[in-house]
Design a protein around this ligand. Structure first.
Ligand code: 59J
Length: 575
């Protein structure tokens, strides 16, 4: 019945068959068309949806000390991020994720939910590759990773002020890291990869552009000296209960800075509790009145005029000297002093009388030529240049106070540089924070070489002769020279404080053939004394002792027998 009835309209059957055939033909034609004629276009379109360029992070240049010891290094880390939208679908695994990331589950949930409409949020930045992988291995939907580098500072707090640090994206933020950011920064490369719809990497296709690593940088500092200076300065600060301190050491022949430390300091690897006071590179960003440590330059100025000889004498009378309404005082009575005696007694009165005799100009000129108030050329971030004020007409009080170190301000680096110039036969070598591989500059002769050696002899007397005030600066095995200073600090409301001091010591060694100049600044010692000769000089002595030994400087002050032994040893005789 049915069949028969079906055959009642054969044309219907034919129409349906024809339509079906037509459709098959149309699909076949479309397939042929897509495969043969549009293949390339479609392949491109497909790749465009799956092929991705991802950046290859560039390695930031390593910062080392002068001997190649690492001070700042970049190590590969894994940063985990999430697509919160996808993570919302994997709610069941949030607890597991929080545990793997070592965060509170509630906190993670809150973060995911507050980012719910976004497609990106950080989960954890800068994990060690192992830790990062252990989270990734859980294959939680919506959790991704990105390769990055993170900066580590192996010398930590010992070189923190100088080296500085970068932010989490490895951009220099402080110190050398900031000053040389461009030099250290690399150029990221590009890698082509295929990702699936979810954004998971399927295949590495090719490196489109290699990452160009940043250049490395060798600093002038010697990490061994840096450690020594750090330790000795810290011990002195603890002993005298001082607020802060700095130490700077310079190679007098090359102008290279061999050590620069400050206290308080900080750990650049963990900057969670940043104390701005601890971050100051005081040696360059803080200025102070140098007080008696400038007296050797006033003496050099006097010798330079030809009016004064080392054996010339000044009468300091009862230790006070009136200029108009202003009285200059010595802490102890000196009587009649030759120029060596002036430095040994550190007589403000004598230096004032000498300065009034020669006038302010020669004193000012020497101070300017050794770099006070001048750009050091170091371009350290935040560096101060201090002030060497020029008066149109120098009054007697201004002339005298300049000569004994007040009314001008300097950084510890400038003061150390000035001593380096004086010690280098009067030749001013530009300072450098980078290792100088060959002598590229000759420097400028600013003080007569003969005057330089005459002042060196006086600085030696300050340290070696009784009553010189520098006995605690002595270095076993070497003749060294230097000058102490104790300066009342300026009061906030003007004038000078009566009970806050800055203890200073500046000197060179070996004094007859100088190699290094060192300055020690100790801010507000509050227990057990405050004189520069008591507080700062011992730090100088201990640091110089280590430095001269580490730099293989031949001892010039050994007991006779020992000296014979050294001459006879493998080091050979005198060159
Ligand atoms: C001093 C000053 C302040 C500024 C004086 C230190 C002046 C001065 C106005 C009295 C302590 C003190 C411009 S002292 O450095 O002479 O290092 O071992 O601060 O004189 O006129 O109770 N140094 N220090 N002076 N001001 N104005 C001596 C001396 C120095 C020593 C000791 C004792 C001062 C030997 C200082 C040291 O050479």
């Amino acid at each position: 019945m049915n069949r028969l009835r079906g055959m009642e309209h054969p044309w219907r059957f034919m129409i349906i068959i024809s339509l079906l055939l037509l459709m098959v033909a149309a699909i076949a034609a479309r397939i042929v068309y897509l495969h043969v004629f549009s293949h390339e276009f479609l392949a491109m379109q497909g790749d465009a949806r799956a092929l991705r360029h991802i950046p290859i992070p560039a390695h930031r240049g390593v910062i080392t000390d002068r001997n190649g010891e690492p001070l700042a290094v970049s190590t590969p880390v894994l940063t985990l991020w999430a697509n919160p939208k996808e993570l919302l679908d994997a709610k069941a695994r949030w607890n597991e994720l929080a545990k793997a990331l070592d965060v509170q589950p509630a906190e993670l949930a809150k973060r995911i939910e507050s980012n719910a409409t976004r497609e990106f949020m950080y989960l954890a930045r800068g994990l060690t590759p192992e830790r990062g992988q252990s989270v990734l291995e859980r294959k939680i939907k919506g959790v991704y990773s990105k390769e990055e580098f993170r900066r580590f500072y192996p010398a930590g707090e010992v070189a923190a002020h100088l080296v500085g640090f970068t932010d989490i994206d490895e951009h220099g933020r402080e110190g050398i890291e900031l000053a040389f950011n461009e030099w250290l920064t690399g150029v990221p490369g590009k890698r082509q990869v295929i990702k699936d719809r979810r954004g998971d990497l399927i295949r590495d296709v090719q490196v489109k552009q290699n990452a160009k690593p940043g250049k490395q940088l060798a600093l002038s500092i010697d990490l061994r000296l840096q450690y020594l200076a750090h330790r000795e300065l810290r011990n002195a600060l603890l002993e005298f209960e001082a607020k802060a301190g700095s130490l700077v050491m310079i190679d007098v022949r090359s102008g290279e800075i061999l050590a620069m430390v400050n206290h308080p300091t900080y750990n650049p690897n963990n900057r969670r509790e940043l104390n701005p006071q601890a971050m100051r590179n005081r040696a360059m960003v803080d200025v102070f009145e140098p007080g008696s440590t400038v007296k050797p330059f006033s003496i050099a100025a006097a010798l330079g005029t030809g009016r004064w000889k080392p054996e010339s004498t000044v009468d300091t009378g009862n230790g006070s000297f009136k200029i108009g309404r202003y009285t200059i005082r010595d802490v102890s009575r000196g009587g009649l002093l030759d120029l060596t005696g002036v430095l040994k007694k550190s007589s403000n009165v004598a230096i004032s009388k000498i300065a009034l005799d020669i006038g302010a100009q020669p004193v000012y000129a020497v101070m300017q030529n050794v770099g006070f108030g001048a750009d050091t050329g170091l371009n350290f971030p935040g560096e101060q240049l201090g002030q060497l004020p020029m008066h149109r007409k120098w009054g007697q009080a201004e002339t005298a106070t300049l000569a004994y170190g007040y009314g001008l301000s300097v950084t510890a680096v400038q003061l150390a540089h000035a001593y380096a110039v004086l010690a280098n036969g009067g030749r001013n070598m530009p300072l450098s924070l980078l290792r100088q591989d060959k002598a590229s500059v000759e420097g400028v002769q600013v003080i007569d070489a003969k005057i330089s050696s005459e002042v060196m002899a006086m600085l030696r007397a300050v340290v070696e002769e009784p009553g010189g005030g520098g006995a605690r600066a002595q270095v076993p095995g070497y003749h060294v020279g230097g000058k102490s200073g104790t300066a009342k600090k300026l009061a906030a409301g003007g004038g000078y404080t009566e009970s806050s001091y800055r203890s200073l010591f500046a000197g060179v060694g070996p004094v007859d053939n100088p190699r290094v100049a060192t300055v020690v600044v100790i801010d507000e010692p509050s227990k057990g004394g405050y004189y520069g000769g008591l507080v700062a000089a011992p730090v100088f002595g201990r640091v110089m002792a280590g430095a001269l030994r580490m730099l293989n400087v031949r001892p010039d002050n050994l007991p006779t027998q020992t000296q014979t032994a050294v001459v006879g040893s493998a080091q050979g005789g005198r060159g």
